[in-house]
Ligand binder design. Structure first.
Ligand SMILES: Nc1ncnc2c1ncn2[C@@H]1O[C@H](COP(=O)(O)OP(=O)(O)OP(=O)(O)O)[C@@H](O)[C@H]1O
Length: 241
């Protein structure tokens, strides 16, 4: 079973140097954020603020910064759901879900069970190109959860879906997390989505990016289904409405 992990983020400086035609960018300076174990933290902020950069730093994909990211309980197992599903086109759906696992029968079994949980068992041997975007996003979710991550990084994982499709995926995400709790950092532009999912909302603004709001959330199942309650909370937090 996965152990939950807190995340301690302390970025002294992250900047992108000037390149032809684009000025240098100070993305983070003296930026600190503590994420509690098992928290569902939604990061909200305008385009280009540095949210993807932050996830890349936490994932260890971007090491070109000064500062430190550490985790509560040793080295956590981290899953990263990217902004686009990023499935490998030459692998079947099952092959994509099994990708982060060691090869073998047991892994295939686990990947297959995971596909069942996201409702795609019958597409196991299909290739990604014939899947709808919503189905591809389900496969990406299955690939993230199949490793039973301690930390789950999600970069606008439900963007470009219609509202009903996005709502179904939010419900699926909640179900997957109920079964396999993890510390979640979820990036979105959508303040309704933020309030619906989060246990805590953090709003970023400016260059370098600063935390301008940091609010606990935690709607009950009934409240999440009530748009008026969601709007009320958005107003209370000051994120539109
Ligand atoms: N490799 C890079 N080199 C130079 N500048 C970059 C690089 N990657 C990102 N940037 C710039 O740094 C800033 C932060 O980018 P980032 O992708 O982290 O923002 P974001 O908040 O995730 O935006 P979005 O919501 O649009 O995905 C942007 O202005 C972007 O143009």
């Amino acid at each position: 079973m996965a152990a939950m992990s807190a995340i301690h983020i302390d970025i002294a400086e992250k900047r992108y140097p000037a390149v032809a035609g684009a000025p240098a960018r100070d993305v983070f300076r003296d930026f600190r954020l503590e994420v509690a174990a098992n928290e569902f933290l939604v990061l909200l902020g305008a385009s280009g603020l540095g949210k993807t950069t932050l996830l890349n730093i936490i994932a260890g994909l971007d090491t070109a910064y000064s500062g430190k990211v550490s985790f509560g309980a040793g080295t956590p197992c981290i899953a990263y759901a990217f902004q686009s599903p990023r499935l490998l086109p030459w692998r079947t759906v099952l092959g994509n879900v099994a990708l982060p696992l060691p090869s073998g029968e047991e892994a295939r079994g686990r990947a297959m069970a995971m596909l069942g949980e996201v409702g795609l068992a019958d597409l196991a041997s299909a290739y990604p190109e014939r899947l709808s975007l919503g189905q591809q996003r389900r496969v990406a979710l299955a690939r993230a959860f199949v490793i039973e991550p301690d930390v789950l990084l999600m970069d606008e994982p439900f963007v470009s879906l219609d509202e009903a499709g996005a709502a179904r995926l939010r419900e699926l995400l909640r179900r997957l997390l109920a079964k396999r709790p993890a510390t979640v950092l979820f990036v979105t532009h959508d303040s309704r989505e933020a309030v619906e999912l989060a246990s805590r909302v953090v709003v970023l603004e400016g260059e370098p990016a600063r935390i301008v709001r940091d609010a606990p959330v935690g709607l009950s199942r009934e409240e999440r289904a009530a748009p008026a309650r969601i709007d009320e909370l958005r107003r209370a937090i000051g994120i539109g409405g």
